[in-house]
Design a protein around this ligand. Structure first.
Ligand SMILES: Nc1nc2c(ncn2[C@@H]2O[C@H](COP(=O)(O)OP(=O)(O)OP(=O)(O)O)[C@@H](O)[C@H]2O)c(=O)[nH]1
Ligand SMILES: [Mg+2]
Length: 361
């Protein structure tokens, strides 16, 4: 998680001051160049003349700079240099930020989330002038603060689910994001912590969806309330809640069919499930790998159904954590868990502390 930022920070801090270095030519590369350079004999007169003109245009200094591999000065070292030479102006900051902006964009971070990080850093750093060591600390602390300010700390989940009985959690999202698997993982996590659960097979639409949830229920040794295919998912949710009340089960986990947020009728069905089951927690399940698409999903589900929090799955497939930042920023709701694989244990409770640890800040 956040490996891209961790790597970036590592490379920043490890980067030496960035005067263009003179390329050291090894004997081998010199030899290679000599081999590939056409011999004067095989060159035409015109070619020899052009080469001479170029040679005279290049002073010894410019020759070295042109051929040297110039290391790109990072956001971090640019800022350190500017902070330590004079007060950091807004223009200097903007220029330095471009580098971080590209890193964030390349890692699926939405423009809105980048803007939030930028304004947070800007507030802390513009106008500052300090010593080198202090500057390094200040930039890292400011970056840490910027990231943390985007993320919401989720409530302690195991405590939260005891605030009502039964505590009803509804899972929704588009097709194939990992809703059913996440329900099984959450059921496993809760039962491991001595909290009883019942599953509701509210996806009555996709072929084999009921058997899929039932299979998990059997493996985890928890009850599963089912209906028939095409049955009203709201009534299955209702039955599961009644079952929980009758059997003193603490948490009801309701599965729903994957639905495209653009399909009005399916979103209407979702509203009905919510109206009937009155969930205590509505969790949006999105893939952490889908970037901007996941954002659109989160935005629309939030507008239609209201999101209390998210589970971001498949974090094991991609290190790009931009989606995490973006969804947290757009929904302004906590991320509860990250799905990190296909096993029941592959569920990582998400906290700000884990982010800091992963960032190595
Ligand atoms: N690598 C990885 N795979 C996952 C994760 N979560 C779910 N999957 C896989 O994603 C696929 C889809 O998972 P489901 O749980 O069936 O997804 P769904 O959202 O319920 O799908 P529909 O009911 O068809 O909308 C399965 O192959 C899961 O094993 C995860 O965190 N990491
Ligand atoms: Mg499913």
């Amino acid at each position: 998680m956040f490996d891209f930022l961790k790597k970036t920070i590592k490379s920043w801090v490890g980067t030496k001051e960035t005067k263009p270095t003179k390329k050291k030519e090894s004997k081998n590369t010199k030899k290679k160049e000599q081999k590939t350079k056409p011999s004067k004999k095989t060159q035409t007169k015109a070619e020899q003349q052009t080469e001479q003109e170029i040679e005279t245009l290049l002073t010894p200094e410019t020759k070295e700079e042109t051929y040297a591999e110039q290391p790109k000065e990072s956001f971090f070292s640019k800022l350190v240099r500017k902070l330590t030479t004079s007060q950091l102006s807004e223009a200097d900051f903007n220029e330095a930020f471009e580098d971080l902006e590209i890193t964030l964009l390349e890692n699926n971070t939405a423009v809105e989330a980048i803007d939030a990080i930028k304004s947070s850093l800007q507030k802390d750093l513009v106008g500052l002038n300090c010593k080198k060591n202090e500057a390094q600390q200040k930039i890292l602390a400011s970056l840490q603060g910027a990231i943390l300010s985007i993320l919401q700390e989720p409530p302690a989940f195991l405590k939260q689910v005891t605030t009502a009985q039964p505590y009803v959690i509804l899972f929704f999202g588009i097709n194939g994001t990992g809703k059913t698997t996440s329900i099984a993982k959450v059921a496993h996590y809760l039962t491991q912590n001595n909290i009883s659960v019942v599953l509701a097979a509210g996806d009555t639409f996709r072929a084999a969806s009921i058997e899929q949830l039932d299979h998990h229920a059997k493996a985890l040794n928890v009850p599963c309330i089912k209906g028939t295919y095409e049955a009203d998912p709201a009534s299955i949710a209702f039955n599961a809640i009644e079952y929980a009340k009758a059997h003193k089960i603490q948490v009801v986990l309701i599965d729903t069919a994957g639905r495209m947020y653009t399909k009005t009728n399916l979103m209407k069905e979702m509203e009905k499930i919510i109206r009937i089951s009155k969930p205590n927690l509505k969790l949006f399940v999105g893939e952490s790998i889908t970037g901007n698409d996941a954002l659109e999903q989160a935005r629309t589900f939030n507008e239609t159904a209201g999101i209390d929090g998210s589970i971001l799955t498949k974090a094991d497939i991609d290190e790009k954590a931009g989606t995490i930042l973006s969804i947290a920023h757009i929904t302004n709701k906590p991320i509860y868990f990250l799905g990190t694989g296909q096993k029941y244990e592959d569920l990582l409770p998400f906290t700000k502390k884990t982010v800091i640890k992963n960032l190595g800040l």
